[in-house]
Each structure stands twice: as C-alpha cells, then as structure tokens.
Design a protein around this ligand. Sequence first.
Ligand code: AMP
Length: 114
Amino acid sequence: MTKTLFERIIAREIPSQIVYEDDLVFAFKDITPQAPTHVLIVPKKPIARIAEAAATDHQTLGHLLLKAAEVAEKIGLKESGYRLVINNGADGGESVPHLHCHILGGRKMAWPPG
Ligand code: AMP
C-alpha cells in the first residue's frame, strides 16, 4: 500500500517541524499556515477521514482531541482561544486523505467559515 503524505512525514521521510509525538498521534506545523499559529495533529494510524473511522478507533479519536487541546496549550493558545477543524471530503475542503485536525490560532477566527 502506498503511504499517505502524513505517514511519510511521521516516518521522517519528509521533513516537518514536529510539535508533539506519542504512540498514537503526531503533531507538526502546517506548511501553508492559515493563521499565525497553524499545527496539524494526525493519528499515526492512516484513517482516511472521519467518515471512514470505525467504532474500534474510538480510543485513537478521543486521544487525538485531548492531545489537540494539550498541544494548543503547549503552543500558547489556551488563553486567547483557538479553532479545531477537521475537513471531510471534497465539499469539506479535504486535500490529504489521512485524518487530521487543524489547530488554528493567533488571530480572531471568522464565523461562518468560508
Ligand atoms: P486539508 O486541506 O484539511 O486536507 O489539510 C491538509 C493540510 O496539509 C493543508 O493545510 C496543507 O497546507 C498541509 N500540508 C500539505 N503538505 C504538507 C507538508 N509537507 N507539511 C506540512 N503540512 C502540509
């Protein structure tokens, strides 16, 4: 099976600015930041997108969200606030078929999103 882009980043085959790593998740700076602070946190397991997640992934998914909050605090966003985004499929704006949660902060976010 061909590795996803994010599996190659996790394997250090493609360089990234690593922010956090443990057995289940990997966080790194987005290469095209959409806010002053923009980090991606991804499960090491290559779940394509949230719509493809299985009930057996519940521990991984819970861990991903809890670690997203921890990473946001670690990078200084807890007090000012931040946005977590998961894009799913074409209309959702997904471009990499490996589940990832965007952590965006450092500016006031608009609502509704574009
Ligand atoms: P999405 O559009 O939700 O699928 O998000 C994919 C994200 O991956 C985009 O924000 C890209 O800027 C980011 N991205 C693509 N390639 C890389 C890379 N090599 N290193 C870091 N982030 C990347």
